[in-house]
Design a binder for this molecule. Structure first.
Ligand code: UD2
Length: 383
């Protein structure tokens, strides 16, 4: 039988049966027989008509393309909207990408052979000459992240605000959105400074403590609480930085990752047993002899807001337990940070370029000094 005729006959026969049963079982009038028969006729007619033929008017409208004759998978509404939004994002993403032309990477030509580029747990270590910031920026811009920086200027440390903010405004995540959160007991002493449009400064009053060690250690508690109440909703990544520093070179999106630690410039070549870890087992910061990766500086660490929350909460818990047991870790919260990062491996490491101590002579492997401590008379500034 001609296939086109089958399309007409089958629906008509079926409609007749339905109509007949309708009158018999439900005592419905003739009109109910007619409607299914007419509908069946229409369906039958369309059935014999090639869909492509049905749409054959379209090519006369030049900007509308003919629909594909491939079968289309049925999707529910939610799925459709997802597909549409993904396509929209992709279009947007492709429209902002610059040309991807840069020197080709080769697996047999490492960028540097004089330094460790990867930790044994596969966390990359950031060194000058090992990454291309243009590529990283292009990737990062698509994500529209906001980064928070927490820094403290309590008592005499207010004198470092200008140098810190002035250099960070220029060199820290330049061109990207950054919120600086400055905790101080002297809000009136914060100099008024014009920041780049994508940078914002939030001044948050904080109490001071008589001992400088307590100011330093309590940062962990204050950061942890602030994440819970505010930053969790305000920023994607968060970094804690000492205030008595200045930046001299760009610190860009290469620092962004889930959990990030900075390798101390004082101890980056020392064997683990001569590093300044807390070794006394009575302290919660204790690292047993024979353990330890790198020695991390508490002056610069960070990561995703949730990871920094876990880190600061755990470290401050250690500080509190030590206080209850009448012990203070060798390098205060830095000792607790080192313990934490030994057992919760950072996903990315910053080389000592990212905190180079001014007092140290600079060896060849440190090609740039991105951030450096400001020389200070410790006794005077902490008094
Ligand atoms: C080391 C750490 C520091 C901290 C400290 C604890 C490095 C490079 N730095 O630095 O992060 O772990 O040891 O022993 O590893 N502060 C004030 N007012 C004060 C005292 C401190 O605001 O009176 C704040 C300020 O933000 C300062 C930070 O606390 O940058 C750390 O104090 P520090 O820089 O004097 O400590 P330092 O140099 O011994």
């Amino acid at each position: 039988m001609d296939i086109k005729k089958v399309h007409i006959v089958i629906p008509i026969v079926m409609a007749g049966i339905i109509g007949y049963l309708g009158t018999k079982i439900m005592d419905i009038k003739e009109v109910h027989i007619l409607i299914p028969i007419v509908m069946a006729g229409i369906i039958g007619y369309l059935g014999q008509t090639d869909l492509n033929e049905a749409f054959s008017v379209l090519p006369s409208i030049p900007h509308i393309s003919r629909p594909s004759s491939q079968p289309v998978r049925q999707v529910d509404l939610d799925e459709t909207s997802l597909v549409i939004s993904r396509q929209t994002d992709l279009n947007e993403a492709f429209s902002v990408l610059p040309r991807m032309s840069y020197p080709q990477p080769f697996v047999d030509k490492p960028q540097r052979t004089d330094v460790l580029l990867m930790s044994p747990w596969l966390a990359p270590i950031m060194w000058e000459g090992t990454f291309n910031r243009d590529i990283l920026n292009a990737q990062y811009r698509q994500k529209k992240f906001v980064v928070g920086v927490a820094t403290f200027a309590v008592k005499k440390y207010v004198r470092f605000i200008e140098g810190f903010l002035g250099s960070a405004n220029k060199f820290f995540l330049s061109g990207h959105r950054v919120n600086f959160y400055l905790f101080t007991d002297h809000p009136e002493k914060v100099p008024s400074m014009k920041l780049a449009p994508e940078k914002s400064l939030f001044i948050i009053p904080v109490q001071n403590y008589s001992r400088w060690q307590d100011i330093s250690m309590n940062r962990m508690d204050i950061i942890s609480n602030r994440i819970r109440t505010h930053w969790h909703y305000e920023v994607d990544y968060l970094y804690s930085m000492d205030i008595d520093v200045q930046m001299f070179e760009h610190i860009g999106v290469e620092i962004i990752d889930t959990l990030v630690g900075t390798i101390s410039s004082w101890q980056y070549t020392k064997p683990r047993d001569s590093n300044s870890y807390e070794r006394r087992p009575e302290s919660r910061a204790a690292i047993p002899s024979g353990e330890g990766d790198f020695y991390y500086a508490a002056s610069f660490y960070g990561g995703s807001v949730s990871e920094v929350y876990k880190l600061t909460t755990a470290c401050f818990k250690g500080v509190t337990e030590d206080r209850a047991n009448g012990i203070e870790a060798k390098w205060h919260e830095e000792s607790h940070l080192n313990k934490y990062l030994l057992y919760h491996k950072p996903t990315r490491l910053l080389s000592p370029e990212y905190y180079w101590d001014e007092e140290l002579p600079r060896p060849q492997i440190i090609r740039v000094k991105r951030l450096s401590s400001v020389r200070k008379d410790l006794e005077e500034v902490r008094s």
